[in-house]
Design a protein around this ligand. Structure first.
Ligand code: NI
Length: 214
């Protein structure tokens, strides 16, 4: 288990075409485990090997936090429909943009045992499959953005904002997830540092942008 460094836009490795995986090795299994650790740590829903500096056609995806998927040498077999919505990339931190993707894709890939699998995805899962497969060919979503890239509030900043509200005794309902998190539990009576430690990890899943970064 290890967290790897995520490469950011401007790093030439993100513009290269990745090589097919011919056989599974202990080293690649370790890479896959590290990719999941790195994706979860960064609150992402997907990660491609080039984002951690490895030019192999390997992708990990988990759009719910409970459905880890490994795609090796993935290929889109079918796509249909259209969805237009917000998308972000762990390699383009602090930004988001509007991208149109198919609403359904069927993907052929190998799993971590190099067994062929066919996977179908709709909505966010379809978006994640397309976004990650683009990474394997050296493409970033910014090439496809409609309009401008926009700045998104970081989760750290969101957590700090929630703490400021709590401190002011003014936790109101315009962000249910944060309000609930701050109110529940014993942390309310603890010192500010303790509250920060308590709130930050629990913010990971509810924060809406988690659904967009891959
Ligand atoms: Ni990405």
């Amino acid at each position: 288990m290890a967290i790897r460094n995520i490469r950011v836009m401007g790093d030439p490795i993100l513009e290269k075409t990745c090589k097919e995986v011919k056989e599974m090795t202990p080293r690649l299994k370790e890479l896959i485990d590290d990719m999941f650790d790195t994706m979860y740590e960064a609150n992402g829903v997907g990660l491609a090997a080039p984002q951690v500096g490895v030019l192999k056609r390997i992708v990990v995806v988990d759009v719910t936090g409970e459905d880890p998927i490994v795609l090796i040498n993935p290929r889109i077999l079918e796509s249909s429909g259209e969805q237009t919505g917000g998308e972000g990339c762990l390699s383009v931190p602090g930004k988001s943009g509007t991208v149109t993707r198919p609403n359904y894709v069927k993907v052929l890939a190998y799993d971590r045992d190099m067994k062929p699998v066919e996977l179908e995805g709709t909505e966010l899962l379809a978006r994640a499959f397309c976004h990650e497969i683009d990474h394997l060919d050296g493409h970033l979503y910014v090439e496809k953005v409609e309009g401008e890239l926009v700045d998104v509030e970081s989760e750290e900043a969101a957590a700090a904002g929630a703490l400021r509200e709590r401190q002011a005794g003014d936790v109101h309902g315009d962000d249910d997830a944060v309000g609930r998190l701050v109110k529940e539990g014993d942390a309310v009576d603890a010192g500010m540092q303790d509250v920060a430690a308590e709130v930050r990890p629990r913010l990971r899943r509810p924060v809406q942008q988690r659904g967009q970064r891959m």
